[in-house]
Design a protein around this ligand. Structure first.
Ligand code: PMP
Length: 753
């Protein structure tokens, strides 16, 4: 109950006069909470209570009459106790009165019975309460199903989930970028997955706001529902989604509470399976609606507690849903049906169709179905925290990137032989991240194609074929890039070094810095030198101070060009810098970009100087069918924009250093960790045995054990004993803590003290 502000006293006296003359009631009035309209509790000396509703939002006057008609239609029946508010007729038999308040506002006034009970929000959550809630909703639907009302049918409100996407332009009112991203993600899924189903489900009149402050309980039973201000025609599953949004918010076991509620509902009415399958996204959309409407109200200066009553709970539940595979929910909630096990069959077919040269992660392979930002969901309903996919730079299915691609695909997709805005816009945007001398760009479709082109550029520019390459380096799968990838040509099944390739030793730990002796390493002057800025396949190896600078100086001095491969490390991943080569203050002549550039869309590039680009103008055309197409350019632009808007480079710096500190602590506890390497969200954990030798067995066991805990990692390095950590850049500190917790638990179990 709220305090009565003095300015309300005059209004209360006016309302009391009306109550006296219209209803013959002598009563005291006290204000009650309300979203926009005014509600008063009316108490008679006899103990009887009513609710006086004073609607000042008259934007939909037809609706007020319609709502009143529905309440009147619901009245009566043969229930002992009323479960819906009843409208009290005036002495003249009418229900609704148009008035002008002392405040000058126009309003419509109605008197309703007061339902006793405890709000669901204040009740103790339990499976039986949820079960009863489900049954209650089903009975409510039985009562509403026969009511036809054209005004309600014509109603269009954002609180009707079918119209939730009307709120899309208001996502920008959410100030926190992580929350905005999550809401945008759920809206995208709602649009793609749920709306097409929702559109085809049968509709009926629904209450549409079974929230925790509208539902009344008594002794662990739902006993009533109030506030019929949001009635709409909608599929019943939509009502359930709304009820669940709140019931789940109040529970420590949200999926189970939902299961109970659905069970209760289905004891009375059955639900269509396809509705249950999208329920997860309907709940999420309802939570987004709450969150966005609150953010909009707050932006407009409305800070009242009523507006934000469910806000934190809504965000918590959205985050919980994000950590939960939607399939887990739909399997748990579905009518008994045995899910088909497709994985073994697909695995077998794959073996028949593809070469065994292709590998597959994990002893027990994963069959993925969906992914969401830093999570992946498999076909069994499990959710996985992705700690290794640096391609999904701004997050799996990031809504901004997906929508950029969808939109451009529908408008124009062509090639660089035409002029179009996206190409120049994106080139300018990308080049703004480089020093002025790196001012020419070529777009291609893979890191391999980019590295291949970089080699051609270097060779054309110098007229030489020889290349100096970094030991354990990897640059691609094409013939020319395999030749410069020591990791491949000198690795298992590799053809060995070609005579025109020379090797620079990779310092495997920070303590020993080999002397740079380019003249001794090469037999003939080289066209150039190629190296990753942190050697990924080599095991996340960062160069010791001065090492790369000295190689660059000596290679340039003998007339070669220096190529930085930023395919794994670029776009803010190292945290302190946008490009990892900036860690060393070197000046590459050519930079190779790939993986994260298109967030999974095949987009790669070579950036170089105008001199090197000019040397390539020999008369032979350079053309890539797909490189630089408008869809790719729009995707690339969206990725850069998300990195900026969401502060992802800074996130990589902060979360990365938090994670590195945690890993250093683990290194202090477990001698099997010999080194923590890397920068930002590009880290490596080297594992050794008691003799200090690479421990591939331990690394493999760790990766497989953490997969069972829902954490995805991989190994790399020449001895496959380095755990690679390079998650999508939306990885949070909380995600980092979870990873650390599971690493520690695994190591404690592996090395019992
Ligand atoms: N360079 C580096 C450093 C890479 O890690 C990779 C891919 N792992 C490539 C180049 C080749 O890129 P892609 O697989 O896109 O051809």
């Amino acid at each position: 109950m709220l305090e009565t502000p003095p300015e309300n006293l005059q209004l209360i006296s006016q309302l009391q006069t009306w109550l006296r003359s219209w209803y013959g009631i002598e009563a005291t009035l006290s204000p009650m909470a309300g979203y926009i309209d005014l509600n008063f509790k009316v108490s008679l000396s006899t103990g009887i209570k009513y609710v006086l509703k004073v609607n000042i939002d008259l934007s939909d006057e037809n609706y007020l009459a319609a709502e009143t008609n529905v309440l009147v239609s619901l009245q009566g029946g043969n229930r002992e106790e009323a479960i819906y508010p009843e409208v009290i007729p005036k002495l003249d038999g009418t229900f609704l009165t148009r008035v002008t308040l002392v405040t000058g506002q126009k309003a419509m006034v109605r008197l309703l019975t007061f339902l006793e009970g405890t709000f669901y929000a204040q009740s103790t959550s339990s499976p039986s309460l949820a079960f009863g809630f489900g049954k209650f909703l089903a009975h409510l639907h039985s009562d509403l199903v026969a009511i036809e009302n054209v005004n309600i049918k014509a109603r269009h409100i954002v609180w009707d989930l079918q119209n939730a996407l009307d709120l899309k332009p208001h996502l920008s009112a959410i100030p926190n970028p992580q929350r905005k991203r999550l809401a945008a993600y759920f809206f995208l899924q709602f649009e793609m997955v749920a709306i097409p189903v929702l559109k085809n489900l049968p509709k009926q009149l629904t209450h549409n706001d079974a929230n925790d402050w509208n539902v009344l309980t008594h002794e662990n039973e739902v006993t009533g529902i109030i506030d019929f201000g949001d009635l709409v025609y909608a599929p019943p599953i939509q009502e359930i989604a709304t009820a669940l949004a709140y019931a789940m918010m109040h529970s420590d076991a949200p999926l189970e509470v939902a299961r109970q509620l659905l069970k209760g509902y289905q004891q009375v009415h059955s639900l269509e399976q396809k509705g249950i399958e999208v329920l997860y996204y309907l709940i999420a959309a309802r939570l987004c609606t709450t969150a966005i409407c609150t953010a909009v109200e707050r932006k407009n200066g409305n800070n009242s507690g009523y507006v934000s009553v469910s806000e934190e709970g809504a965000w918590r539940l959205l985050e919980y849903l994000h950590r939960t595979n939607p399939k887990k929910a739909s399997l748990l909630w579905s009518n008994p049906n045995v899910p088909k096990k497709e994985t073994a069959h697909l695995f077998k077919e794959r073996k028949n169709l593809f070469s065994n040269a292709m590998s597959i992660s994990y002893q027990e392979p994963l069959h993925m179905e969906k992914a969401a930002l830093q999570y992946m969901y498999d076909e069994n309903g499990e959710a996985f925290l992705d700690c290794v996919n640096n391609i999904m730079h701004v997050g799996h299915c990031h809504p901004k990137v997906v929508q950029a691609a969808q939109k451009q695909l529908a408008l124009l997709n062509t090639n660089t032989r035409y002029i179009y805005q996206s190409l120049t816009d994106y080139a300018k945007q990308l080049l703004s991240y480089f020093p002025e001398r790196l001012c020419k760009v070529f777009f291609v479709n893979s890191g391999s194609a980019a590295a291949d082109l970089a080699l051609r550029l270097a060779r054309n520019h110098t007229g030489r074929d020889q290349m100096l390459v970094m030991e354990h380096g990897y640059h691609g799968n094409s013939t020319a890039t395999i030749e410069v990838s020591h990791y491949k040509y000198a690795g298992k099944g590799g053809p060995g070094r070609k005579p025109w390739i020379y090797e620079a030793p990779l310092p495997m730990n920070q303590q020993e810095t080999p002397k740079v002796r380019v003249k001794e390493w090469i037999e003939k002057p080289v066209a150039g030198f190629i190296a990753e800025s942190i050697v990924g396949c080599g095991g996340q190896v960062v160069f010791p101070e001065g090492y790369l600078n000295e190689i660059y100086d000596q290679v340039k001095a003998q007339g070669g060009v220096c190529i930085a491969d930023e395919v794994q490390t670029g776009f803010g991943r190292v945290g302190t810098n946008f490009w990892a080569y900036e860690l060393y203050e070197v000046e590459p002549d050519i930079v190779v970009l790939g993986k994260p550039m298109g967030n999974g869309h095949p987009l790669a590039a070579v950036v170089t100087t105008s001199e090197i680009a000019e040397s390539f103008e020999t008369g032979m055309e350079f053309f890539s069918s797909f490189g630089g197409n408008p869809v790719s350019c729009e995707v690339g632009k969206a990725v850069l924009e998300v990195i900026e808007e969401e502060g992802l480079q800074e996130n990589a710096r902060l979360v990365g250093s938090h994670l590195k500190t945690g890993l250093e602590n683990l290194k202090g506890l477990f001698p099997c960790i010999s080194e923590i390497r890397g920068s930002g969200l590009f880290l490596g954990v080297e594992l050794v045995n008691s003799k200090g030798r690479a421990d591939e067995v331990l690394a493999t066991a760790l990766v497989n054990a953490l997969r069972q805990k829902g954490i995805l990692l991989s190994t790399d390095g020449p001895h496959h004993n380095v755990i690679k950590i390079k998650p999508p850049m939306v990885f949070s500190q909380r995600n980092g803590d979870l990873l650390l917790k599971h690493l520690e638990e695994f190591l404690r179990a592996y090395f019992p003290s």
